[in-house]
Write a protein that binds this ligand. Structure first.
Ligand code: UT7
Length: 329
């Protein structure tokens, strides 16, 4: 019997309606459209508005659309891996909440926290359940309501992040398509440069943590940039090398959308021209776990069976990694 690969057989995405433009940010913090565009590539981002709505509500839209496209019912899903840094609640897992909201009665699931590399970790982890034969339908969801942990008085972070969610379905493939390889890395000593100071067990919420704005993203941008630019490019080059892929062999690079300059550096290191790079950072900013599945969703109609696709990400933790897959449909 030929080897079972985990192939993406459907993809879908959802972004909320509200568009927060650079122009509007100019009226909130001391910044300019020119600064944001030249330093990050971002022009606008989406914000989920509405009392009581969380990341799982965006996932409901993305997943219901995905199930419809694939022509299957929610009850056929066996496992949900919900990659998010902004779960609806500290517990239970957003995977459980999502399963309930979409009617995935036969699924078990868990949340995966790897900041901006979460979706790559999720695809790689989900693939193991398919390759081992344990499951036949695994849903990997990547999404964040970053606006829920952003301090809109901090111009160094509020201009970067946005809300959005994407999802893919993994199913067995015996024709040689699907996830071929992955490299996952982490270095917890990098946590000092990108984290949320309070709200966890080490520093639970208190009046003081609220007053100090400790429930929002803290980032030392330059330090993160330096690590991101090197590690994301290195890991993408490494996965090409170990799979004997030349830049001509690569059909698409799907990079995490954190900063256009990091994306360009990764593509350049891989020798891949800009026409092969999926970039939508200008419209959505950094949606953390959402960036890569949202790209796949937007480019889906251009993808062909057999396309060699490299996913690459870098994020808080630090975490980073790359996945090589052959598109299956
Ligand atoms: O996705 C997870 C991983 N995260 C990343 O990969 C993010 C990596 N980092 C970055 O993308 C960039 O470091 C940022 C976009 C966050 C910042 O860009 P930068 O080119 O590294 O700027 P900087 O932090 O070195 O700041 C340069 C100047 C500073 O002013 P002075 O000290 O030179 O006078 C900042 O105060 O720009 C100032 N500045 C701003 N000015 C206008 C910082 N934020 C803003 C702003 N508008 N929004």
């Amino acid at each position: 019997m030929s080897k079972i690969h985990a192939a993406i057989t459907a993809v879908n995405g959802y972004v909320p309606e509200y568009v927060l433009t650079n122009k509007e940010l100019e009226s909130i913090v001391d910044t300019t459209d020119e600064w944001i565009t030249s330093r990050t590539g971002i022009k606008e981002r989406r914000i989920l508005k509405g009392e009581g709505l969380g990341t799982s509500d965006m996932a409901v839209h993305a997943v219901n659309g995905l199930l419809k496209k694939r022509g299957i019912s929610a009850e056929e899903i066996e496992l949900i891996i919900f990659c998010t840094t902004t779960p609806d609640l500290p517990f239970p897992a957003s995977a459980n909440i999502l399963a309930d909201k979409i009617g995935a009665k036969n699924a078990w699931g868990y949340d995966l926290q790897a900041a901006c590399s979460g979706f790559i970790y999720g695809v790689s982890t989900g693939a193991q359940f398919i390759e081992s034969g344990k499951h036949k339908k695994v849903l990997v969801v990547g999404g964040d309501k970053m606006s829920s942990i952003i301090n809109y008085q901090d111009r160094t972070t509020c201009i970067i992040f946005g809300d959005g969610c994407g999802a893919v379905l993994l199913e067995p493939n015996e024709e040689g398509f699907g996830v071929m390889d992955s490299i996952l890395r982490s270095d917890g000593s990098g946590r000092q440069f990108l984290h949320q100071k309070a709200g966890g067990s080490a520093r639970p919420a208190s009046h003081e943590t609220i007053d100090n704005n400790e429930h929002s993203v803290y980032q030392e941008g330059q330090a993160v940039f330096k690590f991101a630019v090197t590690n994301m490019a290195d890991v993408a080059a490494e996965i090409m090398d170990r799979n004997n892929l030349t830049s001509e062999d690569v059909t698409w690079l799907v990079p995490h959308q954190a900063n256009k300059r990091i994306i360009d550096a990764t593509a350049s290191r891989m020798g891949v021209g800009s026409e092969k790079v999926m970039i939508n950072i200008q419209r959505y900013g950094n949606t953390t776990n959402g960036t890569i599945p949202l790209c796949l969703w937007e480019w889906e109609s251009q993808l062909k069976k057999g396309d060699n696709i490299i996913l690459a990400a870098f994020g808080g933790g630090f975490t980073w990694g790359s996945v090589y897959l052959k598109w299956a449909y």
